[in-house]
Structures are given as structure tokens and as C-alpha cells.
Unconditional design. Structure first.
Length: 379
């Protein structure tokens, strides 16, 4: 029997985390021939994930350039994928979410004649500029895709409102929860040890509450990031009994200002991006999370951690509606006030730290594979 051919494409850290469990599920299908192509839109931050999830890509386009721009990256992904698509000739190409890799790979896959499968489909803020360019990317990928894996009923409803055929949509939960549960299973083993986690244990004071920060959104580069840094330094200086830790994204537009504003404050630790197991450990160890990350908004509710999101809109409204994620934008006063409230008011802390899983149950990849098997069998 001839096998159907499936190409899974990704390029950045979050796509890799969210596609890793799908790669393993797809590889376990005996009637599928599966290949993985990484664009290398990210390099070190992608390699950390490939290493943890033991994925060896069949194709590595190795495209990352220092301080790259959207124009050349988009063009490079499309042109570099042509020989890969011609060589493997996949029936199905899987792309993820809203990055440049996802949209450019979707375009290339469409040109090749393959069916495009969009994982994490249907997220919307309904504002093309926020987040930039992600809202545009995922909307465009939604137009290209043949099959849409929507994480939640809300994302599925967004797709239906855009006239996407109901039969092409499957509600799966977000694959990040599959990745998180797998990661927790490993990190929580009694004898698990990891040098990065040991370093964090040595760095952090076990007596002090910990605030974990990440940030990288393009629309926050410049003034927004400056305001976030000002807030963090105020929080640190006003709370000597609290520690802040910030694994700093490698984008020079983030790394430069963060180092400039926050280096030298004794209770702020600036560290390099962490591999996924150490980051999961750190999320669990933290008291509060301040972030503009999409993936962390999804993971934190499953860990019962309150999140202050340094954005004014989110495509992930489920946890905001449930009251465990609060949008604080980049307003210094608001960020400082809401953080202080969480530090000082046990009731407010309790309210925001309810454990729940609005984004998935860890079985998203199982549902994706099962939907694709039904499609192939015409059932
Ligand atoms: C990208 C995605 C964003 C996603 C984010 C996750 C686009 C347009 N942006 O943003 O949607 O939320 O990844 O982190 O697709 N760099 C390194 N090493 C790395 C990674 C990045 O040095 O491993 C530096 C390079 O100088 C690179 C720059 O960061 O040129 C920007 O990378 P890029 O992928 O273009 O943008 P991100 O801000 O990472
Ligand atoms: N993450 C990680 N190491 C870090 C910071 C984040 O492994 O130092 C993980 C995090 O748990 C989440 C993902 O990276 O799964 C989020 O990536 P990012 O914030 O870069 O992108 P976004 O989700 O905003 O697209």
C-alpha cells in the first residue's frame, strides 16, 4: 500500500514546542510517510526545542540572519521551500499559528499543490496591526489552508464567521498543552536533574517570591518595552523581598533595551532563553508571570499561575474571561499597580491563580491525526 506523504514545517521556538508532539504522533502512523522541515527562522532558540523533544529535521533551511527583516525572510522561506516540496512531493503540509514561517510555508505549499493543514487556526484580535504581523499572518494562512485545527470553540467560531466550511474545521485543544503535559511528566520525576535547573536553583533565593517576565512582541519594541522595563525596575526597587527573573529573547530589539534598563538591579536576574524543561520548572516556581507571549498565556492557567499580559488586546480571550489573565498593556502605573495588588492582596492572588485548562486537555495531536486519517479514508 502506498503511504500518504506529510511534511511538517516550523521555524521558531513556539512553533517547535507546539509542533513537537504532532511530529511524534505523525511518526507513529504506519500508513504515513512523515518528514520534518525547519526553516531556521530561529536558530539557538529552535535548537533548544529540537534537542529536548529529540527531533532531527529531514530538511533544515538554516535561514536566520542577525536582526532579519520580514521582506527577505518571507522571500527566502518561499524560495528555499521549493526544492524541498519538489523533492518530497507531500500530499499534506502542516504549518503552525501566525509566524512568517507559517504563512510563507503555507504559500509555498499551496504553489506545490499540497493540501495545507493549519494547526492553531482561527485565533483573532480583529485588529490587523495587533499583534504585528501575527494577526495578518494567521488570517492569511486561514485563507490558504484546506484544513483548520482550531484550539477552542471560540477560534472555530471565528473561522465559521469568515465562511470557512464547517467540515474543514476540527476543534482540537492547543497542542501546547500536549507539550506542557509531556514536559511536566519529565520535569516532575523525583530523580529528574538538569544542569539548567540546578543553575536556577543556585541563583534564586528560596525564601523570596518570584516574578517571571518574558517579552518580545514587535509592536512593543521601542516605547512599549521601555515602559515595561521602567515598571519592572519600580517593582523591584519597591519590593526587596521579591525576585524578578527575565529570560531575555535573543532579538536585538529586545536584548539591547532590556540589558540597558535592567542590568545592575540586585533583585532582577537577566538570563539567556531557557530550554523548555527549565522554563516549565521556572513557571511552576514563579508566583506571578508578566509576559506578552502567546504560548505562556496558554500554559500558565494549566499551572495555576496568574498572568499580567503587557498587551491591550489578545487573541486568547478564554483565560481573560475566566479571570486568570489580566491585560495591563504597557502603562507603567497599571503594570506596577496590578503587580503590587497581586503581591499584597491574597484574595486578588487567589482569584487569578485558579488552575484550569481552557486551552486543551493534552490530546490535541491525537485529534489532529485522527481527523487526517478520516480525511484520507474519505469518511
Ligand atoms: C518571531 C515571530 C513571532 C513569534 C516569536 C517567538 C515573526 C514575524 N515573528 O519573532 O510571531 O512570537 O518569533 O519567539 O514570525 N534571534 C537569534 N536567535 C534565535 C532567535 C532569534 O539570534 O534563536 C534574533 C536574530 O537576530 C533574529 C531576530 O532575533 O534576526 C528576530 O527573529 P524573528 O524570528 O524575525 O523575530 P522574533 O521577534 O523572534
Ligand atoms: N519558552 C521557553 N524558554 C524561554 C521562554 C519561553 O521554552 O526562555 C517557551 C514557553 O514555555 C512557551 C513558548 O516558549 O511555550 C513561547 O514562546 P515565545 O514567547 O517566544 O512566542 P509566542 O508564544 O509569543 O509566539
Amino acid at each position: 500500500m502506498t503511504k500518504s506523504r506529510h511534511l511538517i514545517v516550523f521555524g521558531t521556538r513556539p512553533e517547535a514546542i507546539k509542533m513537537a508532539p504532532l511530529v511524534h504522533h505523525a511518526l507513529s502512523q504506519t500508513n504515513w510517510e512523515v518528514k520534518v522541515c525547519v526553516t531556521g527562522q530561529h536558530r539557538e532558540m529552535l535548537d533548544q526545542v529540537l534537542d529536548f523533544f529529540a527531533i532531527s529535521p529531514d530538511f533544515d533551511l538554516n535561514l536566520m540572519r542577525p536582526n532579519q527583516n520580514l521582506y527577505s525572510l518571507t522571500a527566502d522561506i518561499i524560495t528555499s521551500l521549493k526544492p524541498v516540496l519538489e523533492d518530497f512531493n507531500p500530499d499534506y503540509v502542516y504549518v503552525h499559528g501566525d509566524t512568517t514561517t507559517s504563512t510563507a510555508a503555507g504559500i509555498a505549499a499551496f504553489y506545490s499543490g499540497a493540501k495545507v493543514c493549519h494547526v492553531e487556526a482561527g485565533l483573532r484580535t480583529f485588529n490587523r496591526q495587533y499583534p504585528f504581523p501575527e494577526e495578518f499572518n494567521r488570517t492569511l494562512t486561514g485563507k490558504i489552508a484546506d484544513y483548520h485545527f482550531a484550539p477552542t470553540p471560540t477560534s472555530a467560531a471565528n473561522l465559521k464567521r469568515e465562511n470557512t466550511a464547517e467540515s474543514a474545521i476540527c476543534i482540537t485543544g492547543n497542542t501546547v498543552i500536549d507539550a506542557l503535559f509531556k514536559g511536566l511528566e519529565i520535569v516532575e520525576q523525583p530523580n529528574y536533574s538538569n544542569p539548567e535547573i540546578e543553575q536556577l536553583k543556585n541563583l534564586l533565593d528560596p525564601q523570596k517570591r518570584l516574578i517571571l517576565i518574558t517579552g518580545h512582541r514587535r509592536e512593543n519594541h521601542g516605547d512599549g518595552l521601555e515602559a515595561i522595563c521602567k515598571s519592572l525596575s519600580q517593582i523591584a526597587l519597591a519590593n526587596a523581598d521579591v525576585e524578578l527573573i527575565y529570560p531575555v529573547h535573543l532579538n536585538p530589539n529586545v536584548k539591547g533595551p532590556v540589558n540597558e534598563y535592567l542590568q545592575g538591579i540586585s533583585n532582577i536576574h537577566l538570563v539567556d532563553p531557557l530550554a523548555y524543561p527549565a522554563f516549565i520548572w521556572l513557571m511552576k516556581r514563579s508566583h506571578i508571570i508578566i509576559t506578552d507571549s502567546g504560548g505562556i498565556q496558554e500554559e500558565a492557567p494549566s499551572l495555576g499561575k496568574p498572568v499580567l499580559v503587557t498587551r491591550t488586546t489578545t487573541e486568547r480571550p478564554e483565560a481573560v474571561e475566566a479571570g486568570t489573565v489580566l491585560l495591563v498593556g504597557t502603562d507603567v502605573k497599571l503594570i506596577v499597580a496590578e503587580t503590587q495588588k497581586l503581591l499584597d492582596d491574597p484574595q486578588q492572588y487567589e482569584k487569578l491563580s485558579q488552575l484550569h485548562n481552557p486551552y486543551g486537555d493534552g490530546k490535541a495531536c491525537e485529534r489532529i491525526v485522527s481527523f487526517m486519517n478520516q480525511i484520507q479514508h474519505g469518511t
